[in-house]
Design a protein around this ligand. Structure first.
Ligand code: ZN
Length: 299
């Protein structure tokens, strides 16, 4: 595989960007954690608490991803470290308000070392009961570790999400010029090989062919807003599957990650996007028997 044409983040991480990502995402994490600590204390339903952890982690993760992107951070390691820090701050915020509520709004312990000592005392005595059983010690630690694990997993996944490519010449993030434009399904390995070798016939053909709305490829192009020269395209595969409840679920996965495209070929692609589509040839599109739901199968 020739990977020289694929976008690789330069690894740069400007100090201003780090500062803004840490301060803004950190504040959001502290607030979300503090809110969660209170909810966790007052809510007796463990499932609701897990759902709360999930929702707040996704929100904090989303904020972190946006701050890393706007802060021009192109380093995976720095993104990961900031993600770890943000998740830790969120757990810390949750413990501070949880202990505060637990002590009848008496002890606001902000010193992390004292907080750890209090947590150990809480673990030894237990705080809540399920079916007349009050978990203590390792049982409680397992529950807390799972909750913390959810926070770390979601925040880190968001922090490490692939960012839009960056134009290092102009020191600017590229912006969407084409966003998930549907095109006909075709063999992904062939498409990848072609694009790596700067061949665009298969891509142009897919753009010009009618699309099966339940199974298609989606084309995105990002261009540098300053030089208008540096551009990358990305292709993902989209399938719509009907689940057991009869609802459509859309699944999307990247089949060609951000790969460079020059101005001339970009112009060809843009022209093809404006043109009419020809009908798909029978048998070109994979059969989607698995999406048939029971009603359709019965009729
Ligand atoms: Zn540029």
């Amino acid at each position: 595989m020739d990977d020289s044409r694929y976008y690789k983040p330069s690894g740069a991480a400007p100090l201003g960007g780090i500062f803004s990502a840490v301060s803004i995402s950190g504040t959001a994490a502290l607030l979300a954690g503090a809110l969660y600590g209170v909810v966790d204390y007052y809510n007796p339903l463990i499932y609701v608490n897990f759902l709360g952890t999930l929702i707040l982690s996704v929100i904090v993760g989303g904020i972190t991803f946006r701050r890393l992107t706007s802060g021009r951070i192109r380093s995976r390691i720095v993104s990961m470290l900031i993600g770890l820090l943000v998740a830790t701050v969120m757990c810390y915020g949750a413990w501070v308000t949880y202990i505060f509520a637990l002590t009848g709004w008496d002890a606001l312990i902000v010193d992390p070392l004292s907080l750890l000592e209090v947590i150990q005392v809480v673990a030894a005595n237990g705080v809540w009961s399920i079916k007349k059983h009050t978990p203590t010690g390792w049982e409680l630690f397992v529950v807390w570790l799972i909750e913390a694990g959810v926070i770390y997993a979601f925040v880190l996944t968001s922090a490490l999400e692939i960012q839009p490519p960056y134009c290092e010449d102009c020191d600017e993030r590229t912006e969407p010029e084409v966003s998930k434009h549907p095109m006909a399904q075709c063999a992904a390995p062939l498409l990848r090989d072609e694009l790596e070798g700067e061949q665009y016939a298969a891509l142009l053909d897919a753009i010009r062919t009618e699309v099966n709305p339940r199974s298609f490829l989606a084309l995105s192009i990002n261009t540098c807003p300053s030089c208008r020269e540096r551009a990358f395209l990305q292709i993902s595969e989209v399938t719509v599957v009907t689940n057991k409840e009869g609802n459509d679920e859309t699944k999307e996965s990247v089949v060609v990650p951000w790969i460079m495209v020059d101005s001339r070929h970009r112009a060809d692609i843009m022209e093809a996007l404006q043109g009419e589509r020809k009908p798909a040839i029978e048998g070109d599109v994979p059969e989607l028997t698995e999406v048939l739901d029971d009603d359709e199968a019965a009729s």
